[in-house]
Design a binder for this molecule. Structure first.
Ligand code: NAD
Ligand code: WQD
Length: 340
C-alpha cells in the first residue's frame, strides 16, 4: 500500500516508517520538523535500505496536502502529527488545540476530497483520564483528561467518530497508545527530547549518561505495591508493528474500531529503575519528590482485543526496552545533532 505518514519524522513515526518499508509498503512523510530532524528520516532509509518521500510541510496547510494527494495515489493515512508535551499544553492550550485539532480537520477535509477514506489515528491512554478500572479495556469509558493535550486526543477521537457516523464509507482505527519507550535495535533512531525530558525513560537515560545528576521520582505514597506510579511501558518497535497490523485490518474495510496498544503489564517507576540497572549495569541515583500534578496511580491496559482482531501482541519485555533506550542514548547523546 502507499501510506501517507503525518509526523513521520518524529519518535513513533520514524520507527513505524522502518516497519512499513520493511513490510513492503511505500511511504510518503509529511512533517513540519517542529519536533524532529530530517536526519532521522535519512537514518530510516539507512536502516531499511529503502527510500521514502519527504514533504517538509504542515498538515494545516491545505496546499501542500493537496499537492501530495495530486502527486500520489494514497491508500491510507497514518496520522502521528501533533504536539505532545503534556506540561506545555497546560501553558499553551491554544497552540495545542489549534495545531492538533485544526491540523486534523484540514487533513480529513483533503483526504475526503481525494476519496482517501482510510485513517489510522494516534490516540492515547490519556483519553481514559483517571481510568474507571484497570486493566483498561476499550469499553472503559473515556474520562476527564487532566490536561489540554489529552483533551485534543479525546476531541479528535470524537470528531473522527462523527465523520464516520455521517459517512460510513470511511475506515478509521483509533489506536490508544500506552507508554512507548525504547528505540530501534540499530541505535540509529530514537526519542530526541528538547531540553529537560518530561518523560521517565529519557530522563533515566540522561542520568545514566551523566547529563543529569539524579532522577526525581514523583511520589512514593501512591496506593500501589511500592508506592510509585504504575504504567504500561511498550517498546516503540512493538508499537510500530501494531501499525502494520492495523493496515491489514484497514484493508478489510470494516469501519471504525478502537484498540489499546500496550503490553498489559504494569511496571512501577521503581521497577523501571531496577530493570534499567539490570539491563545496562549502570546505577541510577534517585530521590523521592512530591507527586506531579495530574499523575494517576495506575494505568495499564488489557490488550487482548488487539490480539484477537489485529493479530498483534507486544513481544519485548521491559529489560529489552531499557537496553535499547540506552543504546540509542549512548550513540546519540545529543540526538540527531550528533555526527552519524
Ligand atoms: P513526536 O513529537 O516525536 O512526533 C510528532 C511529529 O509531528 C513531530 O515530528 C513533529 O515535528 C510533527 N508535527 C507536529 N505538528 C505538526 C503539524 N502541524 N504538521 C506537520 N507535522 C507536525 O511525537 P511521538 O512521540 O512520535 O508521537 C506521535 C503521535 O503519537 C502524536 O500524535 C502523539 O500525541 C501520539 N502519542 C504519543 C505518545 C508518547 O508517549 N510518545 C503516547 C500516546 C500517543
Ligand atoms: C511515567 C511515570 C511519572 C518523569 C505521558 C503522557 C501520556 C502519554 C504517555 C501521550 C509517572 C514518573 C516521570 C520523572 C518520574 N503521552 N516520572 N520522574 O505521564 O505516564 O504519560 O506519556 O499521549 O498522555 O501523560 O509518562 O513518562 O511522563 O511518566 O517519577 O522525571 O514516571 O510520575 O508515574 P506518563 P511519563
Amino acid at each position: 500500500m502507499k501510506i501517507l505518514v503525518t509526523g513521520g519524522a518524529g519518535y513513533i513515526g520514524t520507527h513505524t516508517c522502518v516497519e512499513l518499508l520493511e513490510a513492503g509498503h511505500e511511504v510518503i512523510v509529511i512533517d513540519n520538523l517542529y519536533n524532529a530532524n530530517e536526519q532521522a528520516l535519512h537514518n530510516v532509509e539507512l536502516i531499511t535500505g529503502k527510500k521514502l518521500q519527504f514533504y517538509n510541510g504542515d498538515i494545516a496547510d491545505e496546499t501542500v496536502l493537496q499537492r501530495i494527494f495530486e502527486e500520489h495515489t494514497i491508500d491510507c493515512c497514518i496520522h502521528f502529527a501533533g504536539l505532545k508535551a503534556v506540561g506545555e499544553s497546560v501553558v499553551k492550550p491554544l497552540e495545542y488545540y489549534d495545531n492538533n485539532i485544526s491540523g486534523t480537520l484540514c487533513l480529513m477535509r483533503v483526504m475526503g476530497k481525494y476519496q482517501v477514506k482510510n485513517m489510522i489515528f494516534s490516540s492515547s491512554a490519556a483519553v481514559y483520564g483517571n481510568p474507571a478500572f484497570v486493566p483498561i479495556t476499550e469499553e472503559c469509558p473515556k474520562g476527564i483528561c487532566t490536561n489540554p493535550y489529552g483533551w485534543t486526543k479525546s476531541m479528535i477521537e470524537q470528531i473522527l467518530m462523527d465523520i464516520y457516523r455521517a459517512d460510513p464509507s470511511w475506515n478509521i482505527l483509533l489506536l490508544r497508545y500506552f507508554n512507548p519507550i525504547g528505540a530501534h535495535k540499530s541505535g540509529m533512531i530514537g526519542e530526541n527530547p528538547n531540553g529537560i525530558p518530561n518523560n521517565l525513560m529519557p530522563y533515566i537515560t540522561q542520568v545514566a549518561a551523566g547529563m543529569r545528576d539524579h532522577l526525581g521520582i514523583f511520589g512514593n505514597d501512591y496506593d500501589t505495591p511500592d508506592g510509585t506510579c504504575i504504567r504500561d511501558y511498550i517498546h516503540v518497535m512493538d508499537l510500530a508493528r501494531g501499525h502494520v497490523k492495523a493496515l491489514e485490518k484497514i484493508q478489510k474495510k470494516d469501519g471504525l474500531a478502537i484498540y489499546n496498544l500496550g503490553t498489559g503489564t504494569g511496571c512501577s517507576v521503581l521497577d523501571v529503575v531496577r530493570n534499567f540497572e539490570q539491563a545496562t549495569g549502570v546505577k541510577i541515583a534517585y530521590t523521592f519528590e512530591p507527586r506531579r500534578a495530574g499523575d494517576i496511580a495506575a494505568c495499564y491496559c488489557d490488550p487482548s482485543k488487539a490480539e484477537r482482531e489485529l493479530g498483534w501482541k507486544a513481544e519485548c519485555d521491559i529489560l529489552e526496552m531499557c537496553a535499547d533506550a540506552w543504546k540509542w542514548q549512548q550513540s546519540h547523546p545529543n540526538g540527531f545533532a550528533d555526527v552519524q
